[in-house]
Ligand binder design. Structure first.
Ligand SMILES: *Cc1c(COP(=O)(O)O)cnc(C)c1O
Length: 368
């Protein structure tokens, strides 16, 4: 027997995705994971309260039938063009596994959702990160050459920048030989979906989620729309892995969210109005940021380092997101909360900035 044989040499090593903190406590203001600050539609609660408890004995519908029907009607797609999963993270992970197998590198932006390189590493998919330009925008030309697949969020995260459908269409059209995944987690906050292109391009997969605009991150519902061929492949892989991922309550409650278009619109409109007001307020305090079409702003301050503000805010019980990473280490990603939460944020920021600039003046006096 080989003494040096060691199971640890044969482990699939993974460096996991690190989500934003989920701190406990009532008095904190949580602006670090882009959740919706408002509750799900009232019908979701009503349905939750009347769920048939006895049905939990049974396996759920593998095709998430009622939810699939509601989404098909809402988006005007056929059942064979729709795939549902446990949050869009599940959908995206399945899509990576299914479509990115050519051995050629897949492409995504250098500043983007940090789960993409985690999946690529987990599945051993080669990848190349294409740098955003100085304005933090996607460089279309980077995605027109040979590749093993493309994944782009639109709007991009954490920049919030939305690229026009025409730009995305050029990328999709130039890549008929590989699958282009568009991650539209934030599209409801003022962008425009490329979903309308799925009949035209059989290499396009559009992925969306209930976690942000539908205020249901805790339910874990995501979905993808694409050509019947793509969706068939995705389902074959999913059903080779675990058929019963969508639980019955998620299916039933998701339906109620889709049915209440009025509530959905009103909620999204409130978030957008608050975001636009925040652009003015943060600008007044010396922050700058790309013009976000998402439910967050990616802000840097003209004189105070982002890390310092991040720590000071945390001390005050306000959580925003900060990454100590090249090119973005002087930025904060601030989720748009309620108006009251945003007023608290502005008030605390004013005090923090005032105090820090006071420290600066003290130092200068001492140095004189
Ligand atoms: C939040 C987010 C997701 C994941 O959302 P879930 O549906 O909750 O898994 C995917 N992509 C981007 C860009 C996100 O910001």
């Amino acid at each position: 027997m080989n003494k040096t044989m060691d199971w640890e040499q044969n482990v699939r090593r993974a460096e996991p995705y690190v989500p934003g903190e989920q701190p406990g406590g009532r008095s904190i203001i949580k602006l670090n994971t882009n959740e919706c600050p408002y509750p799900p539609a009232p019908g979701v609660r009503r349905r939750a309260e009347s769920l048939d408890f006895d049905r939990l004995r049974l396996y759920p519908d593998t095709e998430a039938g009622p939810l699939a029907a509601a989404l098909c009607e809402y988006y005007g797609v056929r059942p064979e063009q729709l795939f549902i999963g446990v949050g869009s993270d599940d959908v995206l992970a399945m899509a990576f596994l299914t479509f990115f197998n050519s051995g050629k590198p897949i492409l995504f932006p250098d500043i983007t959702y940090s789960f993409y390189h985690v999946w690529a590493q987990l599945y051993r998919i080669p990848y190349v990160r294409k740098p955003l330009d100085r304005e933090l925008r996607i460089v279309k030309e980077d995605y027109l050459g040979e590749n093993g697949g493309i994944i782009i969020p639109n709007p991009n995260a954490p920049t919030g920048i939305f690229e026009e459908v025409g730009v995305m269409e050029e990328i999709i059209a130039a890549n008929r030989g590989s699958v282009v995944i568009l991650d539209e987690a934030y599209v409801d906050f003022g962008g425009e979906s490329c979903q309308k292109l799925i009949d035209q391009y059989d290499n396009l997969l559009v992925v969306q989620t209930f976690s942000k605009s539908r205020a249901m991150a805790g339910m874990r519902i995501g979905f993808a729309m694409g050509s019947p061929k793509l969706i068939r492949c995705l389902k074959d892989v999913k059903f080779s892995f675990n058929s019963y991922t969508m639980n019955m309550p998620s299916i039933e409650l998701g339906v109620e969210s889709v049915r209440d278009e009025g509530y959905f619109r009103a909620t999204v409109d409130k978030v957008i109005a608050t975001r636009e007001r925040m652009k003015g307020e943060l600008g007044r305090l010396g922050f700058s940021f790309p013009d976000s079409k998402a439910n967050f702003l990616f802000a840097s301050h003209e004189s105070v380092p982002a890390r310092r503000i991040f720590e000071e805010l945390k001390g005050e019980g306000i959580y925003v997101r900060y990454w100590d990473q090249p090119r973005i280490s002087n930025r904060l990603r601030i989720t748009v909360g309620t108006d009251r939460e945003m007023d608290m944020l502005i008030e605390k920021l004013e005090a923090i900035l005032h105090r820090i600039s006071g420290e600066g003046a003290e130092m200068e006096k001492k140095n004189d």
